[in-house]
Design a protein around this ligand. Structure first.
Ligand code: GRG
Length: 305
């Protein structure tokens, strides 16, 4: 995509492109896992991987990759690895021992379509699958082993105790307890922000971006990662289940502290907007202007699902 094309590109177009790139690989992965695990497990893998998500993280990987000078379509493999980790997190997030939800992406959650044990097992198994997908992507892109090692660290640290799992853990512990803003920020940065930040960093690394470029992408990703979850808090209050593809009003039902609860819907919205603006400023200041990433930042805080 040329610079002039990028200037005109909309978030919807970027998401549609990321969907094509990632879904082709998610489908191939689903078929591979169905063959490797005939029966219920294989069907559950395929069910989880085929659910129609927005593909925000793949779009961020691809946009960050291009902003760093990358041009190879093999980056779709990196995007697929991130989406696989995200898919596992959704399968587990919906389990009765976590958010206990029946609806995800407009369809029954994996444990509802199958059973809790199958969903638990398949969710866990998606983590090594993601590692394999990342390794295959790095080979396809011709990346040197130290770069693959760095990318694996980025993805799995983001998915681990310092990131997504740690944030989710705190979130579960905090149910029915009033949190202050610093506690809430720590949860949001972990459970949602870490993987979004990693998506941006991974795109930069896959393109062999220089350290200043990758740092700018990380700062961008950290701010939009937090903004993403703030927007999610707002949507949980003002959205409908049909719009969101998951049960609306779940945070209130679980008596969770959220940005909407702490700052009000308008206060939360304006904080998300402020973070999205600051995210784009990180890129501009570092001399990494990216209309595509700016469009995605704008989408993330103005989306309706
Ligand atoms: C063992 C404590 C423990 C945790 C396991 C389950 C889990 C790890 C982490 C949960 C992380 C999680 C689901 C955070 C919420 C992130 C979020 C806002 C997801 C929705 O993302 P979208 O809107 O969804 O991009 P789609 O469906 O469009 O992909």
């Amino acid at each position: 995509m040329s610079t002039s094309e990028l200037a005109r590109v909309t978030a919807e177009e970027l998401l549609a492109e990321a969907r094509i790139l990632a879904d082709r690989r998610l489908e191939a992965l689903a078929e591979r896992l169905e063959r490797a695990h005939p029966g219920r497990d294989g069907q559950a893998f395929a069910y989880a991987l085929r659910t129609p998500g927005k593909r925000v993280r793949p779009a961020l990987v691809v946009a960050a990759y291009r902003a760093s000078g990358g041009r190879d379509e093999g980056v779709a493999g990196v995007a697929t690895a991130v989406e696989t980790v995200h898919t596992y997190s959704l399968v587990h997030d919906d389990l009765p021992c976590m958010d206990d939800d029946d609806l995800r992406r407009g369809r029954p959650t994996t444990h509802r379509a199958f059973d809790v044990l199958t969903a638990t097992r398949v969710g866990f198994l998606l983590v090594p699958v993601a590692a394999q997908v990342l390794a295959e992507a790095s080979a396809e892109l011709g990346l040197e082993p130290p770069l693959l090692r760095r990318m694996a660290e980025v993805l799995f640290e983001a998915g681990g105790i310092e990131g997504m799992v740690g944030g989710q853990w705190l979130d579960l512990e905090a149910e029915q307890r009033a949190l202050d803003l610093p506690e809430l920020i720590a949860i949001h940065r972990g459970k949602t922000g870490a993987l979004i930040r990693a998506s941006c960093v991974l795109g930069g690394l896959a393109a062999r971006g220089t350290p200043p470029v990758v740092e700018a992408l990380e700062a961008f990703g950290a701010d939009i990662g937090l903004a993403f979850q703030i927007a999610d808090d707002v949507l949980d209050v003002i959205g409908t289940s049909a719009q969101l593809g998951k049960t609306a009003g779940r945070d209130a039902a679980l008596q969770k502290s959220t940005y909407a609860r702490l700052l009000g819907v308008e206060g939360a919205r304006s904080e998300a907007q402020r973070l999205a603006r600051r995210a784009v400023e990180h890129l501009d200041t570092a001399g990494v202007p990216s209309p595509a990433l700016a469009a995605l930042a704008h989408y993330i805080v103005n989306r309706s699902s």
